[in-house]
Design a protein around this ligand. Structure first.
Ligand SMILES: Cc1cc2nc3c(=O)[nH]c(=O)nc-3n(C[C@H](O)[C@H](O)[C@H](O)COP(=O)(O)OP(=O)(O)OC[C@H]3O[C@@H](n4cnc5c(N)ncnc54)[C@H](O)[C@@H]3O)c2cc1C
Length: 541
């Protein structure tokens, strides 16, 4: 192992795989990618439906738990995060949502100059290859490394019923939530390629590993960053019980995700002085917002017994699973090649909402999750309806409580701590009620398994949400971009304010959470971040 590299990238997740690819591409720089987890060459990662098994698998998952959350009736909510090559893109539900265009205008307004929609839209375009099927033939658009597949042709028949109900409710329809018409209900597109998961490792890392100037080490935990004065100079990592210091000639790029990036910065002396002092860490630079600014999406799921067969009927019996497995084996199609979140989209909760503010999920299956165990499909036919407020305004924190990297940081989501967020819950419930009360839903619903928005008044709806809502695994903004080191952590080129040679490039850099699922914007951010780093290197010579 060489003692120095031009760039050291910490974390081979959604963002880190992009950085490793892009920085090694021209051949001019040596790049080390360091990942705490191990190989992603596992069927439960590669086969799309397999994320049910990785959801609570400690061999690929950090399996964090948040602190008891007062906004969620003091519940301790399970927070899975990928600990494997590909990071959370190897264990996620594969829904691909760029976010709404105004999300990025919001970023710019928050001080992330140059991250408006007009600037980031071309980055998405060059990142994606869009695949769709027509008359059984695959059609491709674009030639980016990340495959995004339109699964409309093989969505479960019940998804067609959900769309019919939405039309009856007068809701808009869309065929592509990432296209020009990004509002309305439609079939989600997935990060899959020819029936396999297309993680960030598959799209970006695997092709780059052939290069002699890129080195990947797995099962290696970065414990701290090293510094000379106010400049980051490298990392200390631990592998097989051995510690090693490696020097970065140009930059260290932290891509450890929204939970671990602030942890690593704090362990390295960059964070709120009081937090660091309590954990026995010497403060290098007092940065109150490292770990602050945490945002996340919360969703509530309503379970229904169904009058028509759903995925439960197909995948619960052994014979059904065998049939689906054979179909997948021979065609790479069918239920194993998809996620569970098949139908949904972005809606305005009231006609005068200035933009879509609610994400909807209609899943053709019922299952239980949330307590840190693998989800189990129910044997009886059933489906799930769910809503998720798009842009929460509450902000929480993630802070270390110990100087030991192996002690998980304290995750304090601070959910529903603003009136705006509580109001959004009520609007979401009323919106979903419109769908539930359509003739098609009346026909599909045999029985609601719990009180739902058609039976709850406002007070009960909010209380029910506090009792049952859960993270949908989208933490962001814990090292966010912004104007200065007191109100934010990074500048608009993802450099840590006041510190040289150090950037954070992952979901923690979002100034505000985007309206939808966070994998796509994280990958886009890493692509654009790579452009910036390469530009800065050319400028610096
Ligand atoms: C169960 C689940 C379902 C999801 N479903 C979806 C979905 O359907 N669609 C969607 O868009 N988004 C989804 N997401 C969210 C999305 O996957 C994440 O927003 C995205 O992957 C974040 O990327 P990242 O690069 O910030 O972090 P990650 O991809 O989590 O990468 C961080 C990497 O850093 C490594 N690391 C951490 N600390 C260290 C250290 N000290 N030393 C070395 N390595 C370290 C980690 O092991 C990990 O590999 C889901 C997430 C989960 C967990």
């Amino acid at each position: 192992m060489p003692a120095s590299y031009d760039f050291i990238v910490v974390g081979a997740g959604s963002a880190g795989c992009v950085l490793a690819n892009r920085l090694s591409e021209c051949g001019k720089y040596t790049v080390l990618l360091v990942e705490a987890g191990g190989s992603d060459k596992k069927l439960r990662i590669r086969v799309p439906i397999g994320y049910g098994f990785t959801y609570a698998d400690p061999s690929v998952n950090w399996m964090f738990h948040a602190q008891p959350d007062p906004g969620l009736a003091d519940r301790t909510v399970y927070w899975p995060r990928g600990k494997v090559i590909g990071g959370s893109s190897s264990i996620n539900a594969m829904v691909y949502c760029r976010g709404l265009p105004q999300d990025f205008d919001d970023w710019q307004a928050a001080g992330a100059e140059g991250w408006d929609w007009a600037s980031v839209h071309p980055v998405y375009e060059r990142t994606e290859t869009k695949a769709r099927y027509s008359d059984g033939k695959r059609q491709l658009k674009g030639d980016g490394p990340l495959w995004v597949t339109d699964e409309t042709h093989q969505a479960h028949p019940v998804s067609g019923e959900f769309l019919k109900a939405a039309r009856e409710a007068g809701w808009p329809m869309t065929v592509d939530l990432n296209g020009a018409k990004c509002e309305g209900l439609g079939i989600y597109h997935n990060t899959t390629r020819k029936g396999w998961r297309c993680s960030s490792a598959d799209a970006f890392l695997r092709p780059a590993l052939k290069r002699g100037n890129l080195n990947l080490i797995s099962h290696a935990t970065v414990e701290a960053l090293t510094f000379e004065g106010r400049r980051a100079t490298g990392i200390v990592h631990r592998r097989n019980g051995r510690r090693q210091t490696i020097k970065a000639n140009r930059e260290v790029i932290v891509c450890a995700g929204a939970v671990n990036s602030p942890q690593l910065l704090q362990l390295s002396g960059l964070g709120p002085h009081a937090v660091l002092q309590q954990a026995g860490i010497e403060t290098r630079q007092d940065m109150p917002e490292v770990g602050g600014g945490l945002q996340d999406h919360l969703a509530i799921t309503y379970h229904y017994d169904s009058t028509v067969p759903t995925l439960n009927n197909q995948l619960s019996p052994l014979t059904g699973r065998m049939a689906a497995a054979m179909k997948y084996l021979f065609t790479r199609r069918g239920m194993l090649s998809l996620g569970i979140n098949q139908c949904g989209g972005f809606m305005r909760s009231t006609p005068d909402s200035p933009r879509a503010d609610m994400q909807i999920y209609c899943n053709p299956a019922t299952y239980s999750t949330g307590d840190g165990s693998s989800p189990q499909l129910d044997p009886e036919p059933g489906f799930i309806l769910s809503f998720q407020p798009c842009r929460p305004t509450s902000r929480g924190r993630i802070d270390i409580t110990s100087s030991d990297i192996d002690t998980p940081p304290a995750i304090k989501p601070n959910s529903l701590s603003t009136n705006a967020d509580c109001d959004a819950v009520l609007r979401g419930g009323r919106l979903l009620r419109q769908l539930i009360e359509t003739p098609t839903m009346n026909r599909l619903i045999k029985r609601a398994r719990q009180a739902d928005p058609t039976t709850l008044d406002d007070e009960e709806m909010l209380d029910d949400f506090r009792q049952k809502a859960s993270t949908v695994y989208h933490p962001t903004s814990t090292c966010r971009m912004g104007r200065d080191g007191k109100s934010a952590v990074l500048d608009a080129r993802l450099r840590v304010h006041g510190i040289g040679g150090l950037r954070v490039v992952d979901a923690s850099a979002f100034p505000t959470i985007t309206s939808g699922n966070t994998n796509a914007p994280t990958i886009m951010l890493a692509q654009r971040g790579s452009d910036m780093i390469l530009e800065d290197m050319r400028h610096d010579g």
